[in-house]
Design a protein around this ligand. Structure first.
Ligand code: CO
Length: 499
């Protein structure tokens, strides 16, 4: 059996090598590649994707997985047992989807993304509509390959949150929705905080130096990573020892680039903390999109937007930008970076409104898959829901239904992970603070080592060994639940807005 295990690891290792190589090409495409290289790069990535898929679904891997599954492991939580169990699930899932579907999906989404860009530029939904109709139909078909399911959305959600069910997410969101809507109403009834000082000129090179100092203190390992500029910030891992991040700076917004760096560093430190013993296996990544987002949001919001953090860093930030901040107090600054205002664009939303943007998208995705709304009715449905949740209606579809790239890329099932990540970040945070009572003091003195160490031991080291619900249960003692997040929002914003 040892021989079979070694052969499986060798084959999976090669799949991981190919994925890592594709990640390098992707990273280059989004950072340094000249625009003339786009077509050639597309061909290279297409070829690599095909070779990777063929290798990952080769009959030999299937044979080895079945043989090893039959063995049974004395410790079901050992790396080897998990490798086989998770491997069999992935293999079975991938094998259910015919390659004709994969090819059609790739073609439809490639054309769909171009159509979406044009449609968005001109704020003309009708240009995107026929493409989205095809994408929805393909996604419905995709779900059919996994029958029987409890809910048509389950197979899609499972691609991002292994093991999680649609009914679970709906129950979690139901507990959250009214609380958040009421909180926003309470905030809107109070005088707005001042953040005009953030909208002055902040020189890029100073922002860069400050941001690098912050993420270095957080514990981002520069020997195993680097940071470059990209239009849409992201984190990418090429495997052990190379996890890169990107950011962007807005000179008329003093904090946006900084928070973006903190966010991506949170993703990257997760990947940098996975145990080397599972390198070159499919477990050498985050447990799920939501667990990943719990890490980025923790560093960005729970640390980076906290009063404790700025008690340490504000004097330095003020010294870097005296022309903008000399007369702005720490408290005014803290309130400014935590301003709550219902807005149209999800990626610019504050902590209190963000989840509502996500819930709206989940409702739409489920309704589309169930067939209870039609693609052509989406703009009206979107605007109606925005009014209901956030009390605002976008002037055009560019600021509404056309704002996200996800659907054009065929990513249906991804959105809920953003909100779940927020909730998990607070569940972990309550546990961390119970385990490390001096954490607020440590953050006030710019010391993040014990926090990172806790995350490394409890979360990072496991990589994707455990399913998200299982991991959250193991670490916090309960499954994903909204209460800690609601508690956090109420406390934080009642203090800032005084209600
Ligand atoms: Co993220």
């Amino acid at each position: 059996m040892e021989k079979a295990l070694q052969e499986l690891k060798k084959l999976l290792g090669e799949v991981m090598d190919l994925q890592g190589a594709a990640a390098v090409l992707n990273w280059d495409q989004q950072t340094f590649m000249p625009s003339g290289g786009a077509e050639t790069r597309g061909e290279q990535l297409g070829t690599l994707a095909k070779i990777t898929h063929d290798k990952a679904t080769s009959p030999r891997i299937g044979e080895l997985l079945e043989k090893l599954t039959a063995v049974g492991y004395t410790d079901p939580d050992s790396d080897d047992a998990r490798l086989v169990r998770n491997g069999l699930k992935d293999f079975t899932k991938a094998s259910k989807v015919p390659s004709s579907w994969v090819a059609e999906f790739a073609q439809v989404t490639a054309v769909g993304q171009e159509a979406w860009e044009k449609s968005r530029e001109g704020s003309d939904f009708s240009k995107f509509q026929p493409h989205l109709e095809k994408i929805v139909r393909l996604r419905q078909q995709y779900a059919e390959y996994f029958k029987p399911y409890d809910h048509v959305y389950d197979p899609l959600l499972d691609d991002f949150e292994p093991g999680l069910k649609t009914r679970e997410v709906q129950a979690i969101f139901t507990g959250l929705r009214d609380e958040q809507v009421n909180l926003i109403k309470a905030i809107s009834s109070r005088p707005q905080v001042d953040d005009a000082f953030l909208k002055r000129q902040y020189k890029e090179e100073k922002q860069k130096a400050f941001g690098e100092d912050v993420i270095t203190r957080f514990g981002y390992d520069w020997n195993c990573g680097r940071q470059d500029k990209a239009a849409h910030p992201f984190t990418t891992s090429f495997g052990l020892g190379d996890v890169r991040i990107t950011t962007r700076y807005l000179e008329d917004d003093g904090a946006s680039g900084l928070f973006s760096s903190m966010h991506e560093a949170g993703h990257a430190m997760y990947e940098q903390g996975i145990s080397p013993t599972i390198k070159r296996t499919p477990m050498f990544t985050g447990a799920s999109s939501a667990i990943h987002e719990s890490q980025s949001r923790m560093w960005e919001n729970l640390v980076g937007r906290s009063h404790e953090f700025w008690t340490f860093y504000y004097p330095k930030f003020q010294a870097a930008f005296p022309e903008n901040l000399a007369n702005v107090s720490l408290d005014t600054f803290y309130k400014g970076i935590n301003k709550v205002q219902p807005s149209f664009i999800r990626v610019e939303a504050d902590e209190a409104t963000y989840n509502l943007h996500v819930m709206l998208r989940l409702e739409i995705e489920i309704a589309l898959l169930e067939g209870s709304i039609l693609v052509k009715d989406l703009p009206a449905f979107w605007n109606h829901k925005m009014q209901e949740y956030l009390g605002i209606t976008p002037k055009n579809d560019t600021k509404g239904v056309l704002q996200d790239v996800h659907w054009s890329a065929g990513l249906i099932g991804y959105f809920p992970t953003y909100a779940l990540g927020n909730l998990i970040s607070l569940q972990l945070w309550e546990k961390i603070n119970a385990d490390i009572p001096s954490l607020p003091d440590q953050i006030r003195s710019g010391n993040f080592a014990e926090l990172l160490d806790w995350l490394r031991k409890k979360v990072h080291t496991h990589g994707a060994k455990f399913e998200p619900q299982d991991l959250v249960q193991r670490v916090t003692g309960s499954k994903i639940t909204p209460e800690p997040y609601i508690r956090y929002l109420k406390k934080k914003y009642s203090e800032i807005y005084g209600f």
